[in-house]
Design a protein around this ligand. Structure first.
Ligand code: NAD
Length: 397
């Protein structure tokens, strides 16, 4: 059983609280910090939290607190993490870990020096669809992973601080790209070094200093490519789609906008539909159990099971740091219009991994290029002669 101090009573703090306490949970939020007293009190009342405060340190330091959950604007993650280190409290923080890799590295070093449990709350690698897809990838159902694409696009975040580049640290690349990079990185292999990034970014619609639309490619040392597509300008709800392709197969997932639940209403009795839905009349695409479909339940289960069993969770501050390093390279590339190296001062995965051989043996003289059954019933083989390099075709009637 965990006693949680929640820092932040806003959008994600409430989603987390719903997940932590909304089912028959043994884990309880025992302390809530919010910037404004009325918000702290309201949260305490809504979630039956015995202690509320506008002093962050007070919320963390209470003796009954066994883990701290950081749900604060990006510019406050570091301050909160350092307080957890000071009071030796286990900590988990929402994404992104830092506004940049320098901040993320300081947080990583601080928790490791303090010797405290650290979890990175990247919910989108804990969705039921992702967990199932990842299991297939791990078991080899897709063969060698060549390309992993993740897209997150919506009409923009809901609080003013996100739109302030100083507080947020960036625009949609940081806010949404952090999810996409970790999804692709997990499919490709978290021990495979991300080497360089090419990124296009622009401010197409919103009157802000940060980017509101971007597309990026992340090259990995084994030759695999990750791709992220992120936008705060997309109309129509929350678009969460992933594609992963390997030598033996493909998986496509649609995480939110099309979950197999379609509904029409004239708007009478209209209510909340789903996160970032833009309308509540006409044809709608509700989500059965948002908390579960967004991965929060499986994420907290992993965090607490890991904490109680003395092991690291699947997502730690180290992962958050690697993601920040990839995104820093994306920002550099968007400016330079060149492939930019990922600068990782701390790397704990493999190095020197080459591209696997892509040659498939057909017989002693040929490699296989392709095999196909035609509409007229013939089996066609396209082969490459090993010695001459010539491409030849064989038809087997
Ligand atoms: N899927 C996800 O994992 C996900 C989704 C949304 C947000 N987030 C992350 O959660 C964090 C908080 O985002 P949010 O959407 O809950 O924001 P929010 O504005 O809704 O809530 C932030 C809360 O932080 C507190 N706060 C303390 N000092 C503050 C200050 N100076 N300015 C504003 N708030 C202050 C307040 O309690 C406020 O309610 C961010 O790091 C964001 O990236 C994660």
């Amino acid at each position: 059983m965990q006693n949680i101090a929640m820092l932040g009573s806003g959008f994600i703090g409430r989603f987390y609280a719903d997940s932590l306490q909304g089912y028959r949970s043994r884990d309880k939020i025992v302390s809530i910090y919010s910037r404004r007293e009325e918000s702290a009190k309201k949260f305490a009342q809504d979630y039956n939290v015995p202690f509320s405060t506008t002093n962050m340190e007070e919320a963390i330091a209470r003796p009954e607190v066994s883990i701290v959950c950081i749900s604060l604007p990006n510019n406050l993650h570091e301050e909160a993490v350092l307080l957890c280190c000071k009071h030796k409290k286990a900590v988990m923080t929402t994404k992104p870990l830092g506004r940049n890799a320098v901040e993320a590295k300081r947080m990583l070093e601080a928790v490791e020096k303090a010797g405290i449990f650290n979890g990175y709350l990247e919910d989108l690698v804990y969705t039921p669809k992702f967990l199932k897809a990842y299991e297939s990838v791990k078991n080899g159902a897709l063969g060698r992973i060549l390309w992993a694409k993740s897209r997150e696009a919506h009409p923009g975040p809901h609080s003013e601080w996100f739109w302030n580049i100083e507080q947020a640290g960036g625009g949609c690349i940081l806010d949404l790209g952090c999810h996409c990079v970790e999804i692709a990185r997990t499919y490709i292999g978290k021990d495979i070094l991300p080497v360089e990034v090419m990124c296009w970014a622009d401010t197409q619609v919103k009157p802000i200093d940060a980017e509101d639309h971007a597309i990026g490619l992340v090259k990995y040392e084994n030759g695999a490519i990750g791709q992220f597509e992120v936008s705060w300008t997309f109309r129509g709800g929350l678009d969460l789609r992933d594609e992963v392709m390997g030598t033996e197969g493909t998986i496509w997932t649609n995480g939110f906008l099309r979950t197999g639940f379609e509904m029409f209403t004239s708007g009478k009795g209209a209510d909340y539909v789903a996160e970032k839905a833009e309308t509540n009349s006409g044809w709608l695409f509700p989500v059965g159990d948002e908390l579960n479909e967004l991965g929060y339940n499986h994420m907290f289960m992993d965090m607490f099971d890991s904490l109680e069993n003395g092991r690291a969770p699947r997502e730690t501050f180290y992962d958050g740091y690697v993601v920040n390093c990839v995104l820093d390279a994306a920002y550099r590339s968007a400016k330079s219009k060149l492939w930019e190296p990922v600068k990782l001062d701390v790397w704990r995965g493999k190095t020197g991994v080459g591209k696997d051989s892509h040659l498939v043996e057909h017989d002693k003289d040929h490699y296989l290029v392709k095999e196909e059954i035609t509409h007229y019933g013939a089996k066609k083989l396209i082969l490459k002669e090993k010695t001459s390099g010539k491409i030849v075709e064989k038809i087997i009637e």
